[in-house]
Design a protein around this ligand. Structure first.
Ligand SMILES: NC(=O)c1ccc[n+]([C@@H]2O[C@H](COP(=O)([O-])OP(=O)(O)OC[C@H]3O[C@@H](n4cnc5c(N)ncnc54)[C@H](OP(=O)(O)O)[C@@H]3O)[C@@H](O)[C@H]2O)c1
Length: 292
């Protein structure tokens, strides 16, 4: 059975591998493929699914294919600004985003709602935190969360106004891990981009691809996964990183999810490998900011 962990002090518990539902929001993923990976995830013991208002068809597909299984998983979603591309960090916009997510995911309550990459300047106002508190009181959301990176994340984590954070943590992205995670044990922590967007798929630099920065960093870090395949090497690092409760690997493929779950159940990477990763990071990566 897939291991579960207490999610900070939220009262929730989550599987150590969650499903990142960004990919199933793409229009070139069929309804059948989305249904297969969503239902397959729950059947394999995944109990956390992460989506966002901005992930295309993702929220409505979760509602359509898992509406009848809604009590089997923790749903996290993200929003805040209008989803038409206009940034509008007003309380009304956040409330509208919550209502939309409730409707599309066919939920009576969003278990965790994250302000999605909200900049520190907006966070300092404090009004959106009050909006989230009101949504918790009204029973529309369970936990108020912040999703972001670097100084924005540090401010949110230290503010004491959030119950959970979602942030980039992987072998090629360790700023948040080393500078923020662990400071607040009460926070439930989701590691996003946990296998660094699988950059080893590309022999040549994937110019313009989401994975390009991590591809470049892996060239410099020069890790050796040894006998492990790259996905296992990367995921075992993230899923057992101190302070991480769940690693939400994004995929629209059930075969990949199955592989990732098998990999994560092998446990933490051996100490020697972790020491090698640490040495390489301190040698070349300590100034690298987190990627958003
Ligand atoms: N809050 C935010 O701003 C934010 C930003 C980024 C991501 N996220 C969340 O985090 C989730 C994960 O992040 P991510 O998708 O960017 O990065 P990721 O999980 O590190 O990597 C996902 C990529 O790896 C591939 N993959 C998955 N398992 C694989 C395997 N076993 N072997 C080879 N390739 C594999 C996937 O393609 P296939 O579909 O082919 O498997 C996909 O292209 C997202 O779905 C989303 O929920 C949040």
């Amino acid at each position: 059975m897939l291991e579960r962990r207490q999610f900070g002090h939220t009262g929730l518990d989550v599987s150590i591998v969650g499903l990142g539902a960004g990919q199933i929001g793409e229009s070139d993923v069929t309804e059948a493929e989305a249904a297969e990976v969503l239902n397959g995830a729950l059947d394999l013991g995944v109990t956390l699914i992460d989506t966002a208002a901005s992930y295309g068809l993702s929220e409505e597909r979760i509602g359509r294919h898992l509406g009848a299984r809604r009590d089997e998983f923790v749903l996290s979603t993200k929003g805040g600004p209008k989803i038409n591309g206009q940034r509008d960090w007003s309380p009304d916009s956040v409330l509208a985003s919550i209502e939309r997510s409730l409707r599309l995911t066919r939920s009576e309550r969003i278990d965790i709602f994250y302000l999605h990459s909200c900049p520190i300047g907006i966070l300092r106002r404090g009004d959106l935190q009050e909006t989230l508190d009101q949504a918790v009181t009204a029973g529309k959301i369970g936990v108020a969360g912040y999703s972001g990176d670097n100084e924005h994340l540090a401010f949110a984590a230290d503010s004491g106004r959030f119950g959970s954070i979602e942030t980039s943590v992987n072998i090629a992205d360790q700023w948040n891990l080393r500078n923020v995670l662990g400071r607040r044990p009460e926070l439930g922590v989701i590691a996003k981009r946990p296998i660094a967007n699988a950059p080893w798929r590309f022999v040549e630099r994937p110019a313009g691809n989401y994975a390009e920065l991590y591809w470049e960093r892996l060239q410099i870090l020069d890790f050796d996964p040894g006998e492990l395949d790259w996905a296992e090497f990367a995921l075992r690092f993230t899923a057992y990183a101190p302070g991480v409760h769940t690693a939400i690997v994004g995929t629209a493929k059930l075969s990949h999810l199955r592989h990732n779950i098998t990999a994560a159940t092998q446990g933490p990477l051996p100490d020697q490998i972790l020491e090698d990763i640490d040495r390489a990071w301190r040698a070349v990566g300590s100034d690298w900011p987190a990627s958003t």
